[in-house]
Design a protein around this ligand. Sequence first.
Ligand code: GLU
Ligand code: MG
Length: 466
Amino acid sequence: MTTLADPVPGGRPGDVERATALSGELAGRGVHGVVLAYVDTAGIARIKTVPTARLPAAAAWGVGMSPVFDTFLAHDTIVSTDVLGSPDGDLRLYPDLDQLVVLSAQPGWAWAPVDRITQEGERHPACGRTLLRRIVADAAERHGLSFRAAVEIEWAIGRDTPDGAFVPATTGPAYGATRQVDLSDYTADLLAACAAQGVDVDQLHPEYAAGQFELSVGALDPVAAADRSVLVRQTIRAVALRHGLRVSFAPAVLAQGVGNGGHLHLSAWRDGVNLHAGGAGRYGMTAEAESFTAGVLAHLPALTAVTAPSPASYLRLKPSRWAGVFTAWGRETREAALRVVTGTAGVRDQAANLEIKPVDLAANPYLALACLIDAGLDGLESAAALPGEITGDPARLAPAEAAARGVHRLPTSLEQAVAAFREDTRLRDALGPVLADAVIAVRRGESEAVAGLDDEQVAAAYRWTY
Ligand code: GLU
Ligand code: MG
């Protein structure tokens, strides 16, 4: 479980003692430095590092970093809002010692996610991780709810090329055995690294697109799940590098065809009971789980500004590619934006969950989970009615029937997504004005950065960024 307490100057009770013991232990294991990681508004993982001996000082007082990164674009241009984007100010990055791991594929290094706190010891209003922690804590307090979440990771594995073109490191059929054979050493090393880091991998398999693989992990509390998705991507990249391979988590490695998703699995629980199973609603959902699902469904157009934040996201979000681009839900329906996963008879009380598909790995996972949980809570609090399910591909529905069923296409561009986000006061309030403005400014900046580029150029621009 992630601790629900914010860091404080001087360290949370026990943290400094723990960091002192840890730094000795890490040094004994040959760890020279600790990577302190967070994700910015644009979805880029950014870091500072400290020598292992400085870990106690970092636990006590944090490590300095400018808040300017909250308005960085994916390619490091800086935009600004009323509050953010200036060269002034400093934040303290506090490592979460509960989540510290020794990086198996980067000998000499450990890794920890951070919360970003002001020099005054207050929450930084643009810190996605503290925001998610607060939303989870509020849901526990107000509704007695907790959540479990997992991020699926899809990526393309390429050869290093001088011009940045994508040359898949393996060919062969989707889900094909040949791909597993071709990349046998790489994937075995990846599984070993995950195991050594305490990451419980559910599955690893070749996916549909050229050179594409997918790795799924077990569910955790939302903050830990977001941390894990950052850690797993760092690991996938580090292992690939040791094999002379290059990886891309970009939503669209190529302009055409199937992209890389970052589907999110989410379930709400009360007193250890999964609300998505054993209920009197459809497919075992409780009334609260149905309303939670309805809440997510209703906010999906605005959510895409957070879950699909890159111009390249909209190259992926196309019908009939399992990316879930219609406002609809269905049981195990891979073309609906929301897939109700019931799990197998016998384990449903543990396995049932809601899968949200229009999410990619350009998204900041902390912000995506914060917004999705808040959207679900909006439905739950208002006892929102879940409309009828769909089966099959909504792209095949006649326009009149789709409209009658409330099945609409999600935004087809980042500009459309931002327009929907601007209209969604609930989501903007969930993020708070500082972060909501940062999301709008960064997305606008990202759109402007690619103005005039064609699809191929957009794909190329972000191919190796995420
Ligand atoms: N690659 C698909 C996407 O972009 C998802 C495939 C799957 O369902 O695993 O979302
Ligand atoms: Mg997949």
